[in-house]
Design a protein around this ligand. Structure first.
Ligand SMILES: Cc1ncc(COP(=O)(O)O)c(C=O)c1O
Length: 396
């Protein structure tokens, strides 16, 4: 382990760790959730892979790449408690979801269940396929505030019918920031012969994953969010039977050579993000993977408590449902329009150098905070003060 990573293993979270990232020092970056932020150490590893390729591109692609991919895949598989042959390489969660949805031999009238809070790209893909194949989409409507995970389970349960072929469930909902009871949903679906695709875009690094044990048919995860890999590093897990007839959305040279090999070649592309996943794992493991999860969870909980106190608002779900992100009501009663959400977001950034998403849904405006080891409570205090000051200037 390098001296730099050794130092990380003993370091306390906070602004002192910001030099590990290239993030602008003067801002309060409270949105790790949207695109992640990759440490310099991992970017350097990615750069080295690119240089290695460019020294002799033909030899790299034919001789070095297969073995390098194999070892990156094996390392990631061990981290996710699965086997390498169950992990297909994709560039992002959207590509993984598209691969699954476009590989299923749909019949007109088949039903597909997904939440109204599923990620926009997933909803669009589902809608597109529903129009192409005559599918019925059953929307799971989730209340927010939420009483607990049982409410999510019940909402899914009541959307399943004898015609359901697939259930899509988010492991962590992007808007709500809460964790869904995916193991329980899989357990309900399996005896009915209903297949389950888990959209775990936010889960790798944040939740302790044991993919084989979970038993979902397919699981899509981003490594470029909480696992700190470079952008363009994601995986599609397929259980044994679910790997049959599974093709990437881009059909290419390895077509019909089986999963996951077929995913390894989707036309010439940049493999450096995927190959640098080992450097990202080194980084997280140097900090301590379990410690990392715990620190983020505790920091997010402390930040949420601070904001709730300051704004006199309530946490919209039991604390245990959140991990490193928490969605909180923005104080006040402004109309929940996209324009108001954008105005708040832009004001926080331009006037206060705070990057945080403001969302409009379920009849109000919300703020979704993220916690990362480069944050400290003063970042959230800045947000608390900025919102209160803006509101008192508006006279609300
Ligand atoms: C739940 C969920 N699914 C899918 C995605 C899409 O991820 P990507 O843009 O990496 O494909 C996101 C992105 O934030 C997400 O939150």
């Amino acid at each position: 382990m390098s001296r730099e990573l050794k130092a990380l293993s003993m370091a306390a979270p906070g602004h002192a760790l910001r030099h590990f990232w290239a993030l602008e020092p003067s801002m309060h970056f409270l949105n790790h959730g949207s695109y992640g932020a990759t440490p310099r150490h991992v970017l350097a590893a990615q750069h080295q892979w690119r240089e290695r390729l460019e020294r002799q591109p033909v030899r790299f692609m034919s001789d070095e790449l297969p073995a390098a991919l194999c070892s990156a895949r094996a390392r990631l598989a061990a981290f996710l408690s699965t086997q390498p042959e169950r992990l297909g390489m994709v560039e992002n969660a959207t590509a993984g979801v598209n691969a699954v949805l476009r590989s299923i031999a749909w019949r007109a009238g088949d039903e597909l269940v997904l939440a109204d809070h599923a990620y926009l790209a997933v909803r669009h893909t589902v809608q597109h396929l529903a129009e192409c194949h005559g599918l019925v989409v059953r929307r799971v409507q989730l209340e927010f505030p939420l009483s607990g995970q049982e409410a999510i389970l019940e909402a899914y349960w009541s959307a399943i019918t004898p015609r359901t072929r697939l259930v899509i469930v988010d492991h962590i909902f992007s808007t709500l920031a809460v964790q869904a009871p995916v193991a329980e949903i899989v357990a309900v679906c399996q005896p009915l012969g209903v297949r389950v695709l888990v959209d775990g875009a936010h889960a790798p690094g944040l939740l302790p994953l044991a993919l084989d044990e979970l038993g979902a048919d397919w699981y899509v995860g981003n490594c470029h969010k909480w696992l700190l890999a470079p952008k363009g590093c994601a995986f599609l897990y397929a259980s044994g039977a679910a790997a049959q007839d599974l093709h990437p959305a881009v059909i290419s040279n390895f077509h019909d050579r089986g999963f996951p090999l077929e995913f390894d070649w989707q036309g010439t592309r940049d493999y450096s993000a995927w190959l640098a996943v080992t450097a990202a794992l080194d980084f997280v493991e140097a900090f301590g993977a379990a410690r990392y999860r715990q620190v983020l969870r505790e920091q997010a909980a402390a930040a949420a408590a601070l904001l709730c106190r300051h704004w006199a608002v309530e946490l919209p779900a039991p604390p245990g449902m959140f991990s490193a992100m928490v969605t909180l009501p923005l104080p006040g009663d402004e109309a929940p329009t996209e324009e108001n959400a954008t105005r708040w977001h832009d004001k926080l950034w331009t006037q206060h150098r705070i990057e945080v998403p403001v969302l409009a849904f379920n009849q109000r405006l919300w703020v979704r905070i993220s916690a990362q080891i480069y944050n400290e409570l003063s970042d959230y205090e800045a947000l608390a003060r900025a919102v209160s000051a803006s509101r008192s200037m508006q006279g609300t």
